[in-house]
Each structure stands twice: as structure tokens, then as C-alpha cells.
Ligand binder design. Structure first.
Ligand code: DX5
Ligand code: ZN
Length: 217
């Protein structure tokens, strides 16, 4: 479980993270630059203390232009996982290698309209495939059911690789949709509004994990 703080109270970011971190495997941080996506959140200067905190496993999702230039700094600052968008990267293979060298897992994200052919070609360089199940940019959108076939293909690619490659789903994941995602082969689940709009966010994280792990594949 990697809850997204996008729909939390960002003026109290540390407190919001503290509410869910103890029951979460990672904390999903959505970096948006108002260029790659039409929204703006935070960058390295804001989240650096969180990345440096060894108690928190930061899962950085970079929805930014020029990730080749900016993504390595997130790994250097201590992110556990750094995911960049394939659509924005100039040299994804080199960027994956750099992220690993800097100590992070290398994640590659694809928007709903992007295929997985290039991810497949990257082969063993990738540690996580992020299948977007909404158009990136905003929380609270509806899950796109037609992305489930892509999640299945991502799982096939992940299983062919040598290492332990994770398949992450992000967008519209909640109690109504998480089981379908797990059935399709996802094993890392981002949930933003489902968690932070719940009365008890930590309890919702546990509930979602229970639903996902009960699915037998
Ligand atoms: C959207 C972000 C997501 C977002 C998910 O572009 O990448 O991580 O926070 O929010 P929900 O779970 O509300 O769809
Ligand atoms: Zn995200």
C-alpha cells in the first residue's frame, strides 16, 4: 500500500504523512510541474526532509518534464522508489540505471494512452511499472476499467524479468476497484482520495490491503 497525499491537507504535510505511514508500505508523493500535467504540487525543496527521514519509504511519482535532469536528485535525497513518465524521458534506459546507482528503485510510468512496448524493451532495467488508471494530474477521478488489460500485460512483463519487478496502479483505486487491480496482477496500490477522504485514513489503508491480499491469483 502506497497512499498518495495529493488529497491530504498539504499545509500540514508532515502530520498527514504521520497519520498513514505506520500502516503503509510506502508513501506516494505526486510531484507535478504544471507542464507535463496541468497541475502543480511540490518539488524537491518541499519534500526533501521527508525523503531524508529513514522511517518513511518515499515513493516519488514524478509527473514532470525533463526527468532525465531532475529525477536523480530525488534518489540522492533518499527516496525508496523514483518513478518517471516514459512520455517525458529522453533516455529511459540510462535514467533507470542512474536511479538504481543512486540507491532507489527505478519506476517507469505510462499514461492511459501509452503502450507498454518500450517498457518491455527496457527489460531488466525496470524495478516497477506504474500503470496509470486515470489521466495523471488530479486526484478523485474515476478508475478506468479498460486499463485492467494493460495491468495484466504489465504483470506478464514483470514476471519475465529477472528481478522482483512490481506493478503499481494509480488513479481511482479504492474499495470498489482494488480487487480487480489485484486480480489483474498489480501488487502496489496507490490510493489518494479513498484514503484521505475516509474518516480514519489508517483504517482505510488496512481495509484496502485486506481486500487486495485476499485476492488469489
Ligand atoms: C494522479 C496522481 C495520483 C492521485 C491519485 O495524477 O498520480 O497519485 O493522487 O488520487 P486518487 O486515488 O484520488 O485517484
Ligand atoms: Zn501518483
Amino acid at each position: 500500500m502506497s497512499p498518495s497525499v495529493l488529497n491530504a491537507d498539504l499545509s500540514r504535510l508532515a502530520d498527514e504523512i504521520a497519520r498513514i505511514a505506520p500502516v503503509s508500505d510506502m508513501v506516494h508523493l505526486d510531484v507535478m510541474d504544471n507542464h507535463f500535467v496541468p497541475n502543480l504540487t511540490f518539488g524537491l525543496t518541499v519534500i526533501e526532509p521527508i525523503l531524508r527521514d529513514e522511517q518513511i519509504k518515499a515513493d516519488c511519482h514524478l509527473m514532470i518534464d525533463e526527468p532525465d535532469r531532475w529525477a536523480p536528485e530525488y534518489a540522492q535525497a533518499g527516496a525508496c522508489s523514483v518513478t518517471f513518465h516514459l512520455e517525458a524521458a529522453r533516455d529511459p534506459a540510462t535514467l533507470c540505471s542512474v536511479l538504481r546507482r543512486e540507491g532507489a528503485r527505478a519506476g517507469v510510468a505510462v499514461k492511459p494512452g501509452t503502450g507498454l512496448e518500450e517498457v518491455d524493451r527496457l527489460g531488466d532495467l525496470v524495478d516497477m511499472i506504474l500503470v496509470m488508471t486515470v489521466e495523471p494530474g488530479f486526484g478523485g477521478q474515476s478508475f478506468m476499467d479498460d486499463m485492467l488489460a494493460k495491468v495484466q500485460r504489465a504483470r506478464e512483463i514483470a514476471d519475465r524479468a529477472e528481478g522482483d519487478v512490481w506493478v503499481q496502479v494509480d488513479g481511482g483505486v479504492g474499495p470498489q476497484t482494488i480487487e480487480m487491480c489485484a486480480e489483474a496482477g498489480a501488487n502496489v496500490f496507490v490510493a489518494g482520495s479513498a484514503v484521505f477522504r475516509a474518516e480514519d485514513p489508517a483504517q482505510m489503508v488496512e481495509r484496502l490491503r485486506g481486500l487486495a491480499t485476499a485476492v488469489r491469483r
